[in-house]
Design a protein around this ligand. Structure first.
Ligand SMILES: [Zn+2]
Ligand SMILES: [Zn+2]
Ligand SMILES: [Zn+2]
Length: 166
């Protein structure tokens, strides 16, 4: 089902996370430049807060962490606007079942179906982009005379790293 994924979906505990962060920030800069959008300081800061780990954070946790790093405490609306921007541009995903947000480090295009794999043990979220699953769902929806929007699939379970450790 996820045969097209070349890189591991879950990051090993000892992986080079500095690299994940640097790559994601670079990707955000490139994408904003291409789309003539501005990666304003607050947008960048929210992305950086989310990039501290591969685990989702609720809006208030984001506000707390953003406040800890700066001189002035950002207003919630400012954070929500930054999150909206990041989500619209595919840099951040909302994990519906957790009411939380996670930085996108997956190699997929905006609009492509992403299956979120949520580890109940460590809390890490893995992204599995699957065009095969997307095609199946779209044709099933169409057969039912249904016009689908972007579907959201979230699967809870235990990630490969936690399974190994157990
Ligand atoms: Zn990482
Ligand atoms: Zn993603
Ligand atoms: Zn885990």
């Amino acid at each position: 089902m996820f045969a097209e994924m070349s890189q591991p979906i879950f990051h090993a505990p000892d992986h080079d996370h500095g690299r994940c962060t640097a790559d994601a920030i670079k990707h955000a800069e490139t994408l904003c430049a291409e789309r003539a959008q501005r990666l304003t300081p607050i947008r960048r800061q929210v992305l950086e807060v989310l990039l501290e780990s591969h685990k989702p954070l609720g809006a208030y946790e984001i506000i707390e962490r953003a406040a800890a790093g700066g001189a002035t405490r950002p207003a919630p609306i400012t954070i929500y606007r930054a999150l909206d921007f990041l989500r619209t541009n595919g840099l951040v995903h909302r994990i519906e079942s957790r009411n939380a947000f996670v930085a996108c480090v997956g190699d997929h295009t905006t609009g492509e179906l992403v299956v979120f794999l949520i580890c109940e043990h460590c809390g890490e979220v893995g992204e599995a982009a699957s065009t095969a699953v997307a095609d199946e769902l779209k044709s099933a929806a169409r057969n039912a005379g249904f016009t689908p929007k972007a579907p959201v699939i979230e699967i809870s379970g235990v990630c490969a790293n936690c399974k190994q450790a157990a």
